[in-house]
Ligand binder design. Structure first.
Ligand code: GLY
Length: 366
């Protein structure tokens, strides 16, 4: 007889579940390998596998669950190579990094957020101070920076050499009507140019247009006692208009938890979440009995249905942006959904850190 490990068992492909609904009818609910998990867990966006592992470890050590998610997310904020979060996040149109983050604490149903915060690499930690030390939920811009300074955070330049060059390339190639030379307008130097070490790529640049990027890290935890907490942190949309705030610091949009139900978070095009309050929708769907992945898929479909503007559609009629949803239910079930195939959920539970596939709205890649 073949022996199935728990991990191998969980890897069995999902099937649709028939859920009884009012009037004797049944609803076909998509299922995920995370539906059957029970007990403590930490989940995260795929760039947050280390965050989930750290949050899970801190939970075992008895830390408050808001500290667990914030310290997990901090690993990604501190990573200069993740250009979607914290240090090394891609900047706004002026070349300045502006960060957004929120944290929610299930047992007290308190939240803390900061938005458009400049010069502080760990916005989630500042958000936690808002949660713990103020009566407010959200502090933005200059006020957030002043608050962070008062809390003892140290300012620094969050641009790395690599993100500065990426911004410069975007800025120079934005239009031929300005006085900055596009890549194809510059003559090659005659001989070598003298540049500081590490800055040589500035003149060469890579070919092709520089796209807008959205990226973010989300992490949620569930303790053995059934308490939840969640955190989302981001540098937001690259090249954004200064002061633009995305979904990550807006409770109910890019992050939400309710201790009676569970947590949800999101990464991707924040404007779509702001217009649909997706994280709140996911938690409320789980409250009505949906599995986490199915609830995420429902939110993804809602976003697609509400994306009515022509500019948000590709030639094939599908939306031209991506969005990913992550959810963790109070009993330990977890799941994720995306618009396009290929998405994954990072998980740390009693089997250790691993990933599972996300459900998706469309069957083929963007
Ligand atoms: N989801 C991150 C943002 O749009 O700001």
């Amino acid at each position: 007889m073949t022996h199935l490990t728990r991990r191998a068992f969980l890897a069995v492909p999902p099937v649709a579940l028939l859920v009884p609904v009012a009037g004797g009818a049944v609803r076909h609910e998509p299922t995920s390998v995370g539906d059957s998990h029970r007990g403590p867990a930490a989940i995260a966006s795929l760039n947050g596998l280390r965050a989930a592992e750290r949050a899970y470890a801190l939970m075992q050590e008895g830390y408050d669950l808001a500290d667990c998610v914030v310290q997990g997310v901090r690993i990604v904020e501190d990573d200069p190579n993740d250009t979607s979060v914290g240090l090394g996040g891609l900047p706004n149109e002026d070349g300045v990094v502006e960060l957004d983050a929120s944290v929610m604490h299930g047992p007290t149903h308190k939240c803390g957020s900061v938005a458009s915060l400049r010069g502080i690499r760990n916005p989630a930690m500042v958000a936690l101070e808002v949660l713990r030390r103020t009566d407010h939920c959200l502090i933005v811009g200059e006020g957030a920076l002043r608050f962070a300074r008062q809390m003892g955070f140290v300012e620094e330049n969050l641009l790395t050499e690599s993100t500065r060059l990426e911004w410069l390339k975007w800025r120079e190639n934005m239009t031929k009507e300005d006085d900055r030379l596009d890549d194809d307008e510059r003559d090659a130097p005659v001989g070598k140019t003298f540049v500081e070490p590490g800055k040589a790529a500035a003149m060469a640049g890579a070919a092709g247009p520089v796209k807008h990027h959205t990226g973010t890290v989300h992490c949620s935890v569930l303790t053995k006692a059934g308490d939840v907490s969640s955190c989302t942190s981001t540098s937001g949309l690259s090249w954004k208009i200064p002061g633009r705030v995305g979904d990550s610091p807006i409770v109910g949009a890019g992050n939400y938890c309710d201790n009676e139900v569970g947590c949800a978070g999101s990464t991707g095009r924040g404007e779509a979440n702001l217009a649909n309050l997706s994280a709140f929708l996911i938690v409320e769907s789980m409250r009505r009995g949906m599995n986490p992945a199915a609830a995420c898929l429902e939110a993804a479909k809602r976003v697609v249905a509400n994306s009515k503007e022509r500019r948000l559609k590709g030639p094939d009629g599908r939306v031209n942006f991506d969005l990913k949803f992550y959810a963790l239910r109070k009993d330990g079930a977890y799941g994720a959904a995306t618009l396009f195939p290929g998405g994954k959920l990072a998980v740390c539970d009693e089997t250790g850190p691993h990933t599972i596939d996300a459900l998706h709205v469309y069957d083929t890649p963007m």
